[in-house]
Design a protein around this ligand. Structure first.
Ligand code: ZN
Length: 521
């Protein structure tokens, strides 16, 4: 809810600045609520958490990331001629074939997609398409239309698709999850294909490879390989029509391109992806382990992970999942040892700090737990981390901070969020009992001041104190009345022992009742 409010207020505050603008790529007039600076800020803020929520950066072969960024920058140079953005490209450690662009030119491609491509020119086609999404301001248009708001309820599902345990993004990270999970629409996709092909030609690549890429997508989606449905195809539905449109476009370009030395780059590309290809079996074992965890077959999962680790010893994710399983089994000290190994291999993925923080908390080490959990929140704010930090703050008697953490965690979804919501309510009842216990005065037939009291907190309450104030015959009278306990939604009438004399009818501004205190049982 807080996020919705943020987005609405963000859009409304921009309404005054909104204007008709010319789309930098298509040249068409359009209405936009976001300035270029807004787009760059959103991209900068959301790039980190969006990467984290999609598996984090792929680190085993840094040369691969450097290579993808190098090809990406060639396309970005063309994009910048239309719209100057600080383009960045990363490879994500995710086997689902997918690629996405945030506003402001922040682009990511999954390890799983790179495995399906054959040449550098095909990679250029993917990256060119994403560069157009950013340069033609498709994310900004989606935010202006407000179509992202429809996605609010699906954020949890997007966020959790790469997590073995249900964990949910809360707060600031949610916008990025929506931006990368959304569909831009047919027109935007067609524009990205068309102008992406122009960018790749300008950058020196053979546009026929964009068509072969689309053919691969159609073939793979027909086979419905695992992962494809929720990956690239959710936002980029492949079709024979798309293949034909692109082929027509390429055919039209060909006469102009005769005699030009256009790159395909098969050998160069195959060399760049050689290590992820060689490691493919280890990642398959890892994914089998993830499925085994989901089926609660932890022994099989452990065997698969140990084998994967022996094949690719410097892949931190394999150790991370092993540590997650130990944590889940309650082997807290054992999990800390394995989380340490994961962090030694990759010190920038939220899950290891989150897991180790929880393990430290369970072993009573509040100080180290807090440090790790805060680190995990910096990388990706999750309901689990916020809930744990709330519990630690409560142990330290810092009720105000605890409430803030519980409230943040309650903004997620699932079991942890409802647990946090309850923890928040338990604290808040004590601070503002009047918001949870309804009390109203009336007088009975004999002039007695009565309060009708209802427990609206959703919890059984005890030690409820009512403070009655009344002006009776121009004298101020007060009474404190204690009620033992009230069940959920129970209503009772409480006699204040105050009474207007016969013949005088008390009006509502002559009597008040206030709920001084209430405590959850
Ligand atoms: Zn697209």
């Amino acid at each position: 809810m807080a996020r919705l409010f943020f987005l609405l207020s963000f859009l409304i505050s921009n309404l005054l600045l909104a204007s008709c603008a010319v789309n930098p790529v298509t040249g068409e007039n359009e209405f936009s609520l976001l300035s270029r600076q807004d787009e760059i800020s959103i991209g900068n803020e959301q790039y980190g958490p969006s990467q984290q929520s999609q598996g984090g950066e792929y680190k085993v072969d840094p040369d691969l990331s450097a290579y993808v960024n190098e090809v990406g920058q060639r396309l970005a140079t063309e994009g910048r001629r239309d719209y100057d953005l600080p383009y960045e490209f990363v490879v994500l450690n995710n086997s689902v074939p997918n690629a996405w662009a945030l506003p402001g030119g922040k682009i990511a491609v999954n390890r799983g997609l790179l495995l399906e491509l054959n040449s550098e020119a095909e990679l250029a086609a993917v990256l060119g398409h994403e560069v157009v999404h950013a340069a033609a301001r498709h994310g900004a248009a989606a935010m202006t239309r407000g179509s992202l708001l429809q996605g609010v309820l699906t954020v949890g599902a997007i966020a959790s698709q790469d997590s073995a345990y249900s964990d949910y993004i809360v707060g600031a990270g949610q916008l990025g999850a929506q931006l990368i999970g959304q569909r831009y629409g047919r027109d935007a996709e067609r524009d990205s294909d068309t102008f992406g092909i122009q960018y790749m030609v300008q950058a020196g690549y053979d546009p026929q490879e964009a068509v072969s890429l689309q053919e691969t997508f159609v073939r793979l989606s027909a086979g419905r390989e695992a992962g494809w449905v929720d990956g690239l195809f959710a936002s980029h539905p492949p079709s024979q029509e798309r293949v034909e449109n692109n082929q027509t476009l390429v055919n039209e370009m060909m006469p102009v391109l005769q005699g030009r030395d256009l790159e395909v780059g098969i050998a160069r590309y195959q060399q760049a992806i050689a290590s992820i290809k060689a490691d493919q079996e280890a990642y398959q074992l890892f994914e089998e382990a993830e499925r085994a965890v989901a089926d609660d077959d932890l022994e099989i999962a452990m065997l698969n992970l140990d084998e994967a680790i022996s094949m690719v010893p410097n892949e931190a994710r394999f150790s991370g999942l092993k540590a997650d399983i130990l944590l889940y089994q309650g082997s807290y000290r054992g999990s800390i040892v394995i989380y340490n190994e994961a962090i030694e291999k990759d010190d920038s993925y939220f899950d290891y700090y989150l897991g180790r923080g929880v393990a430290y908390a369970r072993t009573g080490n509040q100080v180290l737990a807090q440090t790790d959990l805060e680190r995990s929140v910096d990388l990706l704010p999750t309901a689990t981390a916020m809930n744990e930090l709330g519990k630690i703050s409560l142990n330290n008697n810092d009720r105000i901070v605890a409430k803030q953490y519980f409230q943040a965690a309650a903004g997620g979804a699932g079991q942890v969020a409802s647990e946090a919501s309850l923890a928040f309510t338990r604290l808040d009842i004590v601070d503002t009992p009047g918001s949870y216990v309804q009390a109203q005065t009336y007088t009975d037939g004999e002039g007695r001041i009565i309060a009708r009291v209802t427990n609206r907190s959703g919890l059984v309450l005890q030690n409820i104190q009512l403070e009655f104030t009344a002006v009776i015959a121009e004298q101020l009278a007060e009474r404190l009345i204690n009620i033992g306990s009230l069940a959920i939604n129970q209503t009772i009438d409480v006699n204040s022992d105050l009474r207007f004399p016969e013949g005088i009818e008390g009006s509502s501004n002559q009597m008040r009742v206030r709920v001084n205190s209430a405590q959850p049982q």
